[in-house]
Design a binder for this molecule. Structure first.
Ligand code: CTP
Ligand code: CA
Length: 231
């Protein structure tokens, strides 16, 4: 008999995925933020749904259209994104941090519009670091089967190559899969094509993929399914 789960390998599983950038208010009308097209996250949400998963997307600021019918929760700041992800993580079997979280937020968000004080007068804004949501999620798995995924776009520099930075990051975050993208060889921001390497929590290679964002999404979910079936 045909196996009804063959084409829906994620049936019965819940996926929580964060998508887009965050906006950190300076005052009632201004913010500091991270750009993110949201397209890789939406491709993942679409592919996970197609594979039968129950998907919830936690969506910040985006520069593309969400797929029709996506179950989503809108968020603004990194702290709002954190609250939503920690709450959704309690019922999620698979957690994906595809969001571009702002690393810093203004120490105080002014209640009133920041005013210029005179001609040629600059302004200094104090920033504080946002919490590392991915590391928190990886450190508080609800059970041993829960799979936690993050992304890292890196460049090489004088201290290390891009992949070396990614391996360090994989070890720091402790996610089950870190999707590494080399910014120098990929036009990642808004590009149609992607080349990525999947790293485990020790920085070891789990696989690689090249193609459209849909191809990368499918390859990543294959890796996630393999991890789950091994647990
Ligand atoms: N991330 C997160 N919380 C943050 C920052 C990043 O959960 N405050 C997640 C991102 O969603 C991504 C992964 O961590 O999945 C890596 O993001 P990245 O910006 O590369 O990592 P950072 O720890 O912020 O390191 P860097 O200083 O290189 O920006
Ligand atoms: Ca960062």
């Amino acid at each position: 008999a045909a196996d009804p789960t063959a084409n829906r390998p994620l049936a019965g599983l819940r996926v929580a995925i964060s998508i887009g950038g965050t906006r950190e208010p300076l005052d009632p009308v201004r913010f500091i933020g991270n750009r993110s097209s949201g397209r890789q996250g939406f491709a993942l949400a679409t592919e996970a749904s197609r594979r039968g998963a129950d998907v919830v997307a936690i969506v910040g600021s985006i520069e593309s259209h969400p797929p029709r019918g996506l179950n989503s929760i809108r968020v603004g700041t990194a702290l709002e994104l954190r609250d939503a992800m920690l709450s959704e993580a309690q019922r999620a079997d698979i957690i994906i941090m595809a969001a571009a979280v702002a690393d810093f937020r203004p120490a105080v968000a002014g209640e009133h519009k920041l005013k210029k004080t005179g001609p040629d007068q600059g302004e200094t804004v104090e920033l504080v670091q946002n919490p590392d949501i991915l590391a928190e999620l990886a450190g508080s798995r609800r059970d041993s089967a829960q799979v936690v995924v993050g992304f890292a776009a890196e460049t090489g520099d004088a201290s290390a190559s891009a992949i070396e930075h990614a391996r360090d990051k994989a070890r720091r975050k402790g996610a089950d899969v870190l999707v590494f993208n080399d910014v120098a060889t990929n036009d990642v921001f808004g590009a149609a094509n992607n080349s990525v390497v999947f790293l485990d929590g020790r920085g070891a290679e789990l696989g690689a993929a090249t193609g459209t964002k849909a191809d990368v999404a499918a390859a990543l979910l294959d890796v996630v399914q393999t991890l789950r079936s091994a647990r």
